[in-house]
Ligand binder design. Sequence first.
Ligand code: FMN
Length: 222
Amino acid sequence: MRLVLIGSAFAALLLTGVAQAAEPAAAIALPAAKVDGKVSVEKALKERRSLRRPSPAALSLAEIAQLAWSAQGVTDEKGHRTAPSAMATYPLELYVLAGSVAGLAPGLYRYRPEKHDLVLVAAGDKRAELVEKAIGQDWILKAPAVFVITGFAERMEAKIKERSSSFIWVEAGLAAQSFFLEATALGMGSTYVGGFKPDATRSVLGLAAGEEPLAVLPVGKK
Ligand SMILES: Cc1cc2nc3c(=O)[nH]c(=O)nc-3n(C[C@H](O)[C@H](O)[C@H](O)COP(=O)(O)O)c2cc1C
């Protein structure tokens, strides 16, 4: 009996060790997203406008968390998300280029919906490099944070043969609209920036092979 217990404890230790090794060192837990608020969907729809003069005032980590959740957050125990996905294939990735965020060092982070956390991809403020090399719309530099939606058509291909390369764009639009409504409800604004050079964007963000940049969403307070 004792041997079995020691054996189980050893196995548990090993498992814990494996789980910790698989966890990226720089994962940042986010404040839980709020699932209720004071602004109705109708009011957010009425008030939403593209914002090209965002205040450079810093955002909080809770605001970043709420925005990330609005675009791709998990909303049930089956893993479904705030935005719909063709046959629940979830081909999108969501990044945030943090410039001025209280409690978050400037850097490029990837949002992990299942864990509701951020993983550091590259340290340092990448907003200027992205704007200079890939977009050229200087107003974006004022935004304290810039979200980027990318997609992998290949994640859909096992279930959806023909139109996966179009569907990732549809999904980016759906996620972006959720993001815009949340930003509006929080007293912020954003803009769907589609005018970027795909190759330069891939290079600045260090995207993987097969990962398509779909939308750039600068965000800040009004
Ligand atoms: C696919 C797409 C691409 C867009 N690209 C840009 C862009 O590169 N720069 C920009 O300032 N606005 C861009 N916009 C925002 C539109 O100009 C804006 O939605 C439109 O003028 C309507 O204004 P509203 O969003 O305030 O209702 C884009 C919008 C969409 C849907």
